[in-house]
Design a protein around this ligand. Structure first.
Ligand SMILES: *[C@@H]1O[C@H](CO)[C@@H](O)[C@H](O)[C@H]1NC(C)=O
Ligand SMILES: *[C@@H]1O[C@H](CO)[C@@H](O)[C@H](O)[C@H]1NC(C)=O
Ligand SMILES: *[C@@H]1O[C@H](CO)[C@@H](O)[C@H](O)[C@H]1NC(C)=O
Ligand SMILES: *[C@@H]1O[C@H](CO)[C@@H](O)[C@H](O)[C@H]1NC(C)=O
Ligand SMILES: *[C@@H]1O[C@H](CO)[C@@H](O)[C@H](O)[C@H]1NC(C)=O
Ligand SMILES: *[C@@H]1O[C@H](CO)[C@@H](O)[C@H](O)[C@H]1NC(C)=O
Length: 763
């Protein structure tokens, strides 16, 4: 080809780049509530017309800008628009909200670091038949799945339930994805991702090989979450010999439906909504969503996960989600009351890595270290090995190129770690390795106990152990140390503890709704993995991404035993039977400080599967209750009807948000006194008597009317009122609980109260 051709081509692409810069179009979601039209072709035609109206009447331009139409669970579309076109569409009749195609993040603490713990908790429940789990279908909105993993084999599974309407998309070669009787459906969504990351889209062959234009999982995250909830029993599951043993998910016979929406850079709203829309149509029973927005979360109806979950819930699907990994107060996400939001805890298994100092001291840290160090080595602070322009302080973090090879060679380096969002711990071990170091002691100021497979012999230690090591090194002429291989140990510390990275309440959007709802294991979890990038079939990971599918498995178990229960009944059963005590009988503590935990850390507490199957009473909430909730947070009749697609109206005055029939009670601004009502439904013994047991939040006088609930039949409903009165001054949030106790059953709700700052309690 003549050189001119090339030049012309270059010129054209420069011009295009400039043009797109001028127009600045991006993808938007046009959300239109639950107005339903049965014919998808008609929906597409109407959507094209709406788009044509902002494209000067051109149907061609409208078609080019169209990305998705949503028509199953709710109505809406995604399209490439300019800001001006987007705001014009927001004015059109029937449009509830218009928002940019934002990116959501997987809730693993570091997708580049391995983290995690045991999936071997036996979930045998004496007295209940869980055989029906083969009829429970769990949808996973995630990074896809590795179908050849032994966790997803279908040996001995009965035929696919006939009500299943899903699809199995094979995707493009070389993925050759297939379903079986375990993975009964699989779809993938790429258009919302490509609209934002066109330049980075899956265009080159290597991208397709590595990321697969198919439901196949290249990251490992989706295989991990699916196997934690519903993996088959695998006899010899281990990570390089660590944590060895048989392992399985919570409901090994339940069915898996895969919705791959997450790609290397994240998960986009347009794709997420398409996944929810299909999952509702396909007929899943439960959706597991181990991802979410970064905090602070936006409004419910400008967030694809909240919107998708709202409609899933009104179709009888419970959405289980992760609270996030930001760890700080108020950072909780996935805040909508129609979701079940999960915090992360430790388990009783630790990956202990011992460091022996030259003076005989032995200190314990954690990692996933399978190296055998045969001799101790000279040990220095990485700040002493600073290279070139790096200051000793900068080098102490072992950042890329910050270490001097001459100084580091043959030594164990002590490195610091303070920030998970910008620093990779595995990368630090590679920096030390590349500088000739033979080992690393990482002083981890986050104290999050996350066990990581470093590139060289290494242990991550907390601040106290770190100070001891530094002091030894500072005061010794030729300091040496030896890092021993990691050992799996059980019961060495109280468990469960709230994981340091788990995001905390209060709810930044609706403080009347407590979030998180519940806590489950999310620290150092062993489960299936994708061999696409690392050649391993199992991996140990940490994050609320890992705690979410533990609760998903439990939800599936309850669904198997009680198929007719509503999403909120199942949620209530899990929450009201949870415990706030650890295995030693003390109040669960929260890492890293180790203080006594509160409902902002763990919600209702740590689940008890056996009790959750027989909860006695449930706090049910129907779609009607969520409509009232929307009125209480400021929706008027018009906006309510747009979302619900019917003639619902708000009662005047709208009920308070605290009155949503939720299994926890939160009063964020108590002044004088305030009452809330709740309704419980008897799902236990027909004739039963429950007595109220109160634990008063400090300085608050709580009374319950009536104090005794007498039931005569199954399904009977009873109302009660809880009155809160300021009795003594208190600052900030205070916590208590209300339990309804019958013979063998206890139904507990956390009470969370903050006295309005102007009310000293003395008036
Ligand atoms: C595709 O199928 C072949 C033959 O079954 C298999 O060897 C190969 O690993 C598959 N590809 C992937 C990406 O798993
Ligand atoms: C330690 O010794 C074993 C057996 O002698 C050897 O295989 C291994 O490579 C040695 N490790 C190191 C780090 O030198
Ligand atoms: C590394 O340290 C050696 C010995 O102290 C010194 O001679 C050399 O200049 C240093 N190199 C760099 C890149 O800092
Ligand atoms: C060790 O010495 C370094 C400076 O070399 C100092 O910054 C650090 O505080 C000392 N640490 C301890 C525990 O003595
Ligand atoms: C709470 O208030 C009730 C009624 O006003 C009163 O009888 C009771 O003694 C109070 N309890 C406490 C602990 O203050
Ligand atoms: C409970 O309260 C609701 C609404 O306040 C009312 O409609 C219902 O009849 C009450 N149920 C009982 C059993 O009192």
């Amino acid at each position: 080809m003549a050189p001119w051709g090339t030049i012309y081509f270059l010129f054209l692409s420069v011009l295009l780049a400039e043009l797109s810069f001028c127009i600045a179009s991006q993808a938007y979601i046009i959300y239109m509530g639950s107005r339903s039209i049965d014919d998808p072709d008609e929906v597409l035609r109407q959507n094209h017309q709406m788009l044509a109206a902002v494209h000067g009447g051109s149907i061609e331009k409208a078609q080019a800008s169209h990305i998705y139409s949503y028509s199953n669970g709710f109505r809406g579309l995604a399209a490439k628009l300019t800001e001006e076109q987007a705001s014009k569409m927001a004015e059109m009749p029937g449009v509830v909200s218009v928002f940019p195609n934002k990116k959501r993040i997987l809730h693993t603490t570091h997708s580049w670091d391995f983290m995690g713990l045991a999936a071997d908790e036996a979930m045998e429940i004496p007295g209940f038949s869980t055989k029906n789990q083969e009829n429970v279908i769990i949808g996973f909105i995630d990074t896809g799945i590795w179908p050849q993993s032994p966790s997803f084999n279908d040996v001995g599974m009965p035929p696919v339930p006939s009500r299943w309407k899903g699809d199995c998309q094979g995707g493009e070669p070389p993925s050759n994805f297939t379903c079986n009787k375990k993975i009964i459906g699989a779809r993938y969504y790429l258009r919302g991702y490509e609209a934002e990351e066109e330049s980075k889209g899956l265009t080159s062959d290597s991208d397709i090989t590595v990321n697969f234009k198919s439901p196949r999982d290249s990251s490992g995250h989706g295989s991990h979450t699916a196997s934690t909830a519903a993996g088959r029993y695998v006899m010899n599951m281990n990570y390089n010999g660590l944590a060895a043993g048989g392992a399985r998910g919570g409901v090994p016979m339940a069915r898996i439906a895969v919705y791959k929406t997450c790609w290397d850079s994240g998960c986009f709203d347009a794709d997420l909504l398409a996944a929810f829309d299909d999952a509702i149509k396909d007929g899943v029973d439960i959706l597991s969503v181990s991802l979410g927005p970064e905090s602070p979360q936006g409004d419910y109806f400008s967030d694809a996960i909240s919107i998708g979950s709202f409609h899933a819930h009104s179709h009888g699907i419970l959405v289980v989600s992760s609270v996030g990994n930001e760890g700080t107060r108020g950072s909780a996400t996935n805040l909508a009351p129609w979701m079940l939001t999960v915090a992360a805890s430790s388990t009783d298994r630790d990956f202990a890595t011992h460091v022996l100092l030259g003076d005989g001291t032995s200190l314990v840290g954690e990692s996933l270290d399978t190296f055998q160090m045969n001799r101790s080595a000279r040990t220095i602070s990485a700040s002493e090995a600073n290279a070139g322009y790096f200051t000793p302080y900068q080098s102490s973090f072992c950042l890329d190129s910050s270490l001097n090879r001459t100084k580091a060679s043959g030594k164990i380096l002590i490195c610091r770690h303070i920030d998970s969002s910008s620093e990779s711990r595995v990368a630090k071990s590679l920096v030390v390795k590349n500088a000739g170091g033979v080992g690393m002691i990482l002083i981890n100021e986050l104290e999050d106990n996350v066990a990581i497979p470093f590139a060289i012999p290494a242990a991550s230690v907390g601040r106290v152990a770190g100070d001891k090591i530094l002091s030894y090194v500072n005061h010794t002429r030729r300091p040496r140390s030896l890092i021993l291989p990691t050992k799996t140990v059980f019961g060495s510390r109280p468990a469960p503890r709230v994981a340091a990275f788990s995001s905390r309440g209060p709810n930044s959007l609706t403080p009347e709704i407590l979030k998180p709802d519940i806590m489950a294991p999310g620290l150092n979890i062993l489960a299936a993995w994708s061999p696409a990038k690392q050649n391993i079939n199992f991996n140990i990971l940490s994050g609320t991404s890992m705690s979410c599918p533990h609760v998903t498995g439990l939800v599936a178990l309850i669904k198997a035993v009680h198929p007719s229960w509503s999403p909120s009944a199942i949620k209530s059963a899990i929450m009201t039977t949870a415990t706030i005590l650890d295995k030693n009988g003390n109040v669960i503590t929260a890492d890293p400080e180790g203080h006594a935990g509160t409902p902002f850390d763990y919600g209702s507490g740590f689940p008890d599967p056996k009790r959750a199957l027989d909860p006695g009473l449930i706090y049910n909430a129907e779609p009607e209750d969520y409509k009232a909730f929307l009125c209480s947070i400021g929706y008027d009749d018009k906006s309510l009807q747009l979302v619900t697609g019917d003639n619902s109206v708000c009662t005047k005055p709208a009920p308070a948000a605290s009155n949503l029939n939720y299994p926890s009670i939160t009063i964020p601004d108590l002044k004088g006194s305030y009452s809330v009502t709740r309704t419980v439904t008897n799902v236990g013994e027909p004739r039963s008597i429950y007595h109220a047991i109160l634990s008063h939040p400090a300085g608050i006088n709580v009374t319950v009317v009536p104090k005794v609930l007498v039931f005569e039949r199954y399904g009977q409903k009873m109302n009660f009122t809880v009155k809160f009165r300021v009795a003594a001054p208190s600052k900030g949030y205070v916590f208590g609980s209300l339990s309804w106790k019958a013979e063998k059953i206890q139904v507990t709700s956390p009470l969370v109260v903050r006295v309005q700052s102007s009310d000293t309690g003395l008036s």
